[in-house]
Structure formats: C-alpha cells, structure tokens
Design a protein around this ligand. Structure first.
Ligand code: MG
Ligand code: MG
Length: 259
C-alpha cells in the first residue's frame, strides 16, 4: 500500500475539483422531482460539468456508461441512470465525479423525491450524521479504524446494516487511491492518519441487513433484503492535524430550501 501525500497547493486544486462536484449536485437538487428520469438528470449533469471546465469522471471509468451513479431506493451504489420516471416517496443516491486540473472530486448525496416516509428520512439523517462523525475522527495521531468505528457505531446504534464490500478511499490524481476507508472497524486499527492525506469518506447504510447483491446489469448494487439504502460522501483533507472538508452540501441545501 502506498498513500500519496498531497501538498497544500495540490489540496487547493482538489478543493476546486470537489466543489465542481458540489455545484453539480446543487444543480441536480433543484431538478429532482416526481416525473423526471435519472437519465435526464444525468444529461444535465454532464452538460453542467463540461460547461464549467470539468470532465465527468465516472463516464468510462472501469467501463461505467454515465456521468452520475443514480441508485434508487434499495440500490446502494453504482446504479445506472434509466428512463423510468422518479416517483413521490422514492429516494435516490446521486454519486458524481469530476476531473479538473488533473485531480478528482468524488462525492454523493441521497435525495428525497417529494415527500418520503419518516422512517426513510431517519435513515438519510443517520447516514449523514455518521459521515460527519467519521470526518471528526480524521485527525493526526488517529488511524483509519477510528473513522470506521465512528461510522459503524452510529449506524448500528439505530439498528441499521453497514455495507462491508464497498468502502471509502484515498483520492487524488486517481479516483481510487490507498488507503481503503471501511465503514466498519475497530478503533486504533489500520494506517495512521497524517497531514496531506485526502480521503473520500462514504458511509453506505442499509435500513435492514448489511448484505448486498448485484443486479444482472453488472453494476447496480442492491440490498439483499430489498429495504432502502443511503449513501453520503465527502472529500476530506487532513490539514494542520484537522479535517478540512473540500466538498460541501451547501449548494444542495440552498437548492432544497427554495423548493
Ligand atoms: Mg462517489
Ligand atoms: Mg468514492
């Protein structure tokens, strides 16, 4: 394993890449409603990214066909956009990657389509909380396992399942760098955290059991029990011993307030 440490200058370039994703997700937030298709949103995102000087980073990555991973309800991650209209009460996890100035941004948000059931809203809230609790642990002297433990503990406290097979990761000139950042684990385990590390931290939390299966499209990951799943992801640098969140949900939250 080789963890690539970034300079301050590189971290500022990565902030630009991360914010390109944030702005794209903010644009998507204002467009999500019952009746629109994920394929339509995908096209909007591709145009938006290119118009702002970025390259849609998922398109063609390992052969993925689209700009956004759009994972509906029981889909955990890696969903392929479709021409099926979104319905009131759905949730959709939107994961987006942008390549800009040679560096990748990669983050995700799970959106409600119209009104959703309170128990599903709770799944979204707890998954987002778990993300921020994990980020808080990204401090010099801590280890990857401290992030993992914080996420797992919060999710399981609410009776949710933590996906094991898919994990967060280092981020930089490659979309997936070392180290892996599991959403489960023990305090004090794994690589030591130090200044200049940039991680994509991304809890994938199931309302039911942790088990998953893959759809026959070769991409979409589904919960094995068919219950909903949520996914929130931020890009975080370790600067002066503390977490510096390069991406932001502010654009999304502003767009949702206006609805
Ligand atoms: Mg992602
Ligand atoms: Mg990621």
């Amino acid at each position: 394993m080789s963890i690539i440490i970034k300079t301050r200058e590189e971290i500022e370039l990565m902030r630009e890449s991360a914010l390109s994703v944030s702005r794209t997700l903010g644009m998507i937030a204002s467009e999500i409603k019952p009746g629109v298709t994920s394929l339509y949103l995908d096209k909007l995102a591709e145009t938006f990214i290119r118009d702002h000087g970025g390259i849609p980073a998922f398109k063609g990555l390992y052969g993925f066909p689209n700009t956004l991973c759009m994972s509906l309800n029981e889909a955990v991650v890696h969903g392929i956009p479709t021409d099926k209209p979104l319905k009131e009460g759905d949730i959709i996890s939107v994961d987006c990657g942008v390549l800009k100035n040679g560096f990748y941004g990669d983050h995700a948000y799970t959106f409600a389509v119209g009104e959703i059931k309170p128990e599903i809203q709770k799944l979204l809230d707890v998954t987002k909380e778990a993300l921020y609790l994990g980020i808080e642990q990204m401090r010099s002297g801590n280890r990857i396992g401290d992030i993992s433990y914080a996420i797992q503990t919060h999710a399981e406290k609410h009776g949710y399942g933590v996906v094991r097979e898919l994990v967060g990761h280092g981020l930089g000139k490659k979309m997936h760098e070392d180290p892996e950042v599991p959403n489960y684990g023990k305090r004090g385990d794994g690589p030591k955290l130090r200044d200049g590390m940039v991680l994509a931290i991304e809890p994938m939390i199931n309302m039911g059991k942790k088990n998953i299966k893959q759809l026959s499209d070769g991409w979409t990951i589904l919960t094995a029990d068919g219950l909903p799943s949520a996914h929130f992801e931020h890009d975080v640098a370790l600067v002066d011993g503390k977490p510096d969140i390069l991406s932001t949900f502010e654009y999304i939250e502003e767009a949702l307030k206006k609805k």
